[in-house]
Design a binder for this molecule. Sequence first.
Ligand SMILES: [Fe+2]
Length: 131
Amino acid sequence: MQWDESLATGCSVIDKQHKELLKQVNKAIKAYQEGKAKKEVETTLQFLEEYVHTHFSMEEQLQIQYQYPNYKKHKKMHEYFIKEFIEIKQKYKQDGPRITITLALNRILITWLREHILKMDKDLADYIQLQ
Ligand SMILES: [Fe+2]
């Protein structure tokens, strides 16, 4: 899945990181699908996990800074994504390449894009712009 303008929240710092995040998710899925060495897939997943943390903290910092009213709800969703992602990573470490891993990564990506970026992050960006 590629980033396109329909995913833009209008907040450039958030959008820039979303683009990178999407790039990293695609990289992880590609490495996995191409049957790259387990080590390489693990490195990509590790990088992705760190980037997700950096990105979510940045968004949460913005929310604190602007006293965003939906902060708790938004943060909860971030925690949910991190938990899901760690489970996928763990499963990969245990079981190695399985089709279920790609499906799980795709599912989390689609939920994140559709439910999170388009609704929650867009709402946050709109709120910030009104301040
Ligand atoms: Fe977010």
